[in-house]
Design a protein around this ligand. Sequence first.
Ligand SMILES: NC(=O)c1ccc[n+]([C@@H]2O[C@H](COP(=O)([O-])OP(=O)(O)OC[C@H]3O[C@@H](n4cnc5c(N)ncnc54)[C@H](OP(=O)(O)O)[C@@H]3O)[C@@H](O)[C@H]2O)c1
Length: 271
Amino acid sequence: MTLLLTGANGQLGTLIKKHLTERGATFLEGSRTPPAGGRRVDYTDPAGLEQAFAGVTKLILISAPSGDRVTLHRNAVTAAKNAGVEHIIYTSVTEAPTSPLSLAVDHKATEEAIRDAGLTFTFLRNNMYHENYTGQLAHTEGVFVTSAGSGLLASAARDDFALAAAVVATTPGHENTAYELTGSTAWTFDDFAAQVASITGKPFVHKSIPAAELRAGYVAAGLPEEAAEVFTDIYVHIADGALADVRPDLEKLIGRQATPLADSIRAAVGG
Ligand SMILES: NC(=O)c1ccc[n+]([C@@H]2O[C@H](COP(=O)([O-])OP(=O)(O)OC[C@H]3O[C@@H](n4cnc5c(N)ncnc54)[C@H](OP(=O)(O)O)[C@@H]3O)[C@@H](O)[C@H]2O)c1
């Protein structure tokens, strides 16, 4: 078995590398800027992808962060098929086939492309990372603004998702399976704010505002329109419960409870 990890220099990829290495796995690193001995993987370059995947039997395909992701991912799937890859492990999103999130459209199409190619698949349908929120704490003064209302979010630490990916890549029994990966509990942004206040000892509150206001605020702060729309859309669907369900799959794969939100808050604020 020859394993290749794409997106190996990204935040998730770096953590997957750590877990693969700890598990004694050998693997190739795929990136647009690969290290010596790695493969140059650029989803915009179909011919280069086929070269990159030559001799690879198992591929961890990390979804691109932006761009025309359906085209980019289809390029990767076609190249994998042509190069003889047998099994793709793909980082998807919660309930991709039916999710109301706008970003799920790309994941649904990619899952379909992998199935249509006749490749063995494992879909890692990751809920949100804790770090999407804890990562904002360094530049948030006292008030965390969302449009999430009192919606629950079953997020998990990025490192737990990475460990799950490494487990799937290095153990048998995950063929043609979709895992719904979530934290062990769900929380509201009021809970989040209360935990931040308790850990830092400083006042910290959550304020939920209408989606149009949030979107306009992001744009005024310099975010591109498309990103502002996607971030707002996630909060809107947290409000209506699309990311609320706690599922057992992550715990089963990593063999323990998922990292609590409070631990990720402490890691972010140094508490
Ligand atoms: N569940 C969540 O909460 C959540 C949050 C954010 C993102 N995501 C998704 O999960 C993915 C991984 O998350 P992350 O935190 O590791 O994001 P990240 O740090 O931004 O890493 C993104 C990765 O995508 C790769 N990439 C970008 N454009 C590419 C291209 N044209 N061809 C090949 N690779 C390309 C980069 O690889 P190189 O630079 O090494 O080439 C990089 O490693 C993201 O890309 C996004 O699809 C999920």
